[in-house]
Design a protein around this ligand. Structure first.
Ligand code: FES
Length: 350
């Protein structure tokens, strides 16, 4: 058979190409007749799926970038941020998948082929006809004949692709650090018409802490003494207040001084963020004898007499230290907010 003979039907060329590759097409049955009503109906269905996928993916991007997301205790549209992300992304992926499924199941011909294994290189003539066969099979997908499919596929795929790059796209449109959200905790001093109020360190039951309540070697978890300070709204503010033994406090103070943290301790007391800088678990297992804080998640250890630098495990950054002092009424307060970002690293950390 001369495969370049223009009078040959496409299918004949495809069948011949397959035959030369030892593939026998034993059954070939187009599912819908070209140009038929049924074909148009399937094309419309697939188009609708792709368009919905595109719209949902676009909605995902809009929500991801513009929807308010900050934690609120009750009410507010912030509550819907995460569900909306899940919903829009779910619909986008599902409808894209359904579109591809319907396309494959209803528009592509049903075919059964059998191939024998063969050895050695493929002759040049066979390679030529295989190339032609591939082109014709690509045609079978029907994009050329049904341009609506191609356009809608593009309209669906582009936004879904943009979803993958959503953090980058969002960062280009809107600076995520605009309001310094990642650099502020509940311990940021309140500024009341120029009068600065330092924030107290309070226990879980909101009782402020006095120095005499802790014995040497003791530790307590403290929170910012502000409304909702002991709640998930200020989950990044959880802090460990530790009373060191006198000789350990001397070493800690000296290491603080070397790190440029004069007066960040008060007496023998030192305070560190409880959020592990590796992946955000509570690093609160205090080993009194070695002055280490252990994180139970991946076993990072931080030396609290040396600026809580990591000495073991995957954490690469010290626990941020909270500068503390005691106010006129004898309660611990934060002299300022944390000066380093809390928790795991993020890529634009200064
Ligand atoms: S979260 Fe603390 S070591 Fe991984």
């Amino acid at each position: 058979m001369d495969v370049n003979d223009p009078r040959l039907a496409r299918f004949e060329v495809v069948r011949e190409g397959a035959r030369r590759d030892d593939i026998e097409i034993v059954h070939y049955e187009p599912q819908v007749a070209a140009g038929s009503k049924a074909e148009r109906r399937v094309v419309r269905t697939v188009t609708a799926f792709f368009l919905v996928a595109g719209l949902s993916a676009t909605a995902f991007l809009v929500v991801y970038i513009w929807w308010p997301w900050r934690y609120r205790l009750v009410g507010g549209i912030e509550e819907y941020y995460t569900p909306l992300l899940g919903l829009t992304l779910g619909i986008a992926l599902l409808t894209l998948g359904f579109g591809v499924l319907v396309w494959g199941k209803r528009l592509l011909p049903k075919e059964v082929s059998i191939q024998d294994r063969h050895e050695g290189p493929v002759p040049a003539d066979d390679r030529h006809i295989t190339g032609q066969t591939m082109m014709y099979m690509a045609d079978e997908l029907g994009v050329k004949r049904r341009p609506l499919l191609g356009v809608s596929l593009l309209a669906g795929l582009l936004p879904v692709g943009a979803v993958v790059a959503a953090p980058l796209v969002g960062g280009l449109i809107k600076d995520p650090h605009d309001d310094r959200e990642l650099f502020r905790t509940g311990f940021a001093p309140a500024d009341d018409d120029g009068a600065v109020t330092r924030i107290r360190l309070v226990r879980e039951d909101r009782r402020p802490v006095r120095p005499l309540e802790l014995l040497p070697g003791a530790q307590v978890t403290v929170f910012p003494g502000i409304p909702h300070g002991v709640s998930n709204q200020y989950a990044d503010s959880v802090t460990l207040l530790i009373r060191l033994r006198a000789e350990d406090a001397l070493a800690a103070r000296e290491n603080n001084r070397r790190a440029g943290k004069q007066d960040w301790m008060w007496g023998d007391f030192i305070a560190y963020s409880k959020i592990c800088t590796h992946a955000g678990c509570p690093a609160s297992l205090y080993e009194q004898q070695t002055n280490r804080l252990l994180c139970p998640c991946h076993q990072s250890q931080f030396l609290i007499t040396d600026n809580a630098r990591p000495v073991f495990g995957p954490a690469s950054r010290p626990l941020p230290q909270l500068p503390i002092e005691v106010d006129d009424e004898g309660f611990f307060v934060a002299s300022s907010d944390y000066r380093q970002p809390i928790g795991p690293d993020f890529w634009e950390r200064p």
